[in-house]
Write a protein that binds this ligand. Structure first.
Ligand SMILES: C[S@@+](CC[C@H](N)C(=O)[O-])C[C@H]1O[C@@H](n2cnc3c(N)ncnc32)[C@H](O)[C@@H]1O
Length: 270
């Protein structure tokens, strides 16, 4: 059952909850599916690029092969350690919301900002993140990214909300870490913050998981477990319950999730 009677407001700082080990085990498909975004970025050999929400650095290393230098930033210290371990040249712990004040990065020196599967985690103030990206870019610099978009992970997300409500959590939104914008919302945000949008699209993508729904929730759904902190048995019960209610996502032992990605290319105009 719920550990506390009053439900605290979501802190939105879940850095400690990221696990490079879980990420490798359950989510190696995330960087592996980043190739189309890298192609959209089209990095050039002379360019200096910022990788925002770089995670364990697998895509950053790929990016480093194609440009002059990459700075990888991520809010999670353990993910940044993992990125350094695999050889990322310049990997720093920076929250996307703080980019705008970063005296080293927000100086208009980058040719492009790249981001894969990370912007939807920066829910506290997505426009502030865009403003920070803008300050990092040179005039005409590119912001090329893919993140979760409108209706992403609907089944798993609804399952988690229902599981929390069933256990007395009145407003599961407080524990939901994701912001999944539609094309109109994100276009407006980009345009109001100094960008011209050259391409933006929602892309539904049925994605085979490395393991199963429970493993996916363990890796990405940790915020939903906050009301049950320390109660490992309850957390497992929730993961198993959501998975069991999603039994139709299984095909001959392979589990899938319906992702909807928002992919875009925007150019800094002011
Ligand atoms: C799904 S992983 C994606 C990592 C990597 N880009 C990839 O493609 O594998 C999301 C990453 O976003 C990072 N993240 C979440 N909130 C963040 C924030 N506010 N600022 C910077 N990074 C954040 C997480 O720490 C995590 O490493």
């Amino acid at each position: 059952m719920l550990k506390t009677t009053s439900v605290p407001m979501m802190a939105h700082n879940d850095d400690d909850e990221w696990s490079p080990k879980n990420y490798d085990k359950h989510a190696s498909f995330v960087p592996a599916l980043g190739a189309p975004v890298l192609r959209l970025l089209d990095p050039q050999s002379h360019e200096r690029i910022l990788d925002l929400g770089a995670g364990n650095g697998v895509l950053t290393i790929e990016l480093e092969k194609h440009c002059s230098s990459v700075v990888a930033v991520d809010a999670s210290a353990v993910m940044i350690q993992a990125a350094r371990r695999i050889g990322c040249q310049d990997a720093r712990v920076v929250d996307g919301h703080d980019l705008i004040e970063d005296t080293d990065l927000a100086t208009g020196q980058f040719d492009a900002v790249f981001s894969n599967a990370a912007l939807h985690w920066m829910k506290k103030d997505p426009e502030r993140v865009i403003q920070g990206v803008n300050k990092c870019l040179k005039p005409e610099g590119r912001f090329v990214a893919e993140c979760g978009g409108y209706m992403d992970l609907c089944e798993v997300r609804s399952g988690l909300h229902m599981a929390l409500k069933k256990r007395g959590v009145k407003n599961p939104d407080e524990y939901d870490p994701w912001f999944f914008p539609g094309v109109n919302t994100y276009t407006r945000m980009l345009e109001q913050n100094g960008f011209r949008v050259e391409y933006i699209e929602l892309i539904p993508r049925l994605t085979k998981l490395n393991s199963d729904i429970a493993g996916f929730i363990e890796t990405f759904g940790f915020s939903f477990m906050k009301p049950f902190e320390g109660d490992e048995a309850m957390q497992k019960e929730i993961r198993d319950e959501v998975q069991s209610n999603l039994k139709f996502s299984q095909d001959e032992g392979t589990w899938s999730v319906m992702f909807v990605r928002l992919r875009f290319k925007a150019v800094k105009i002011n």
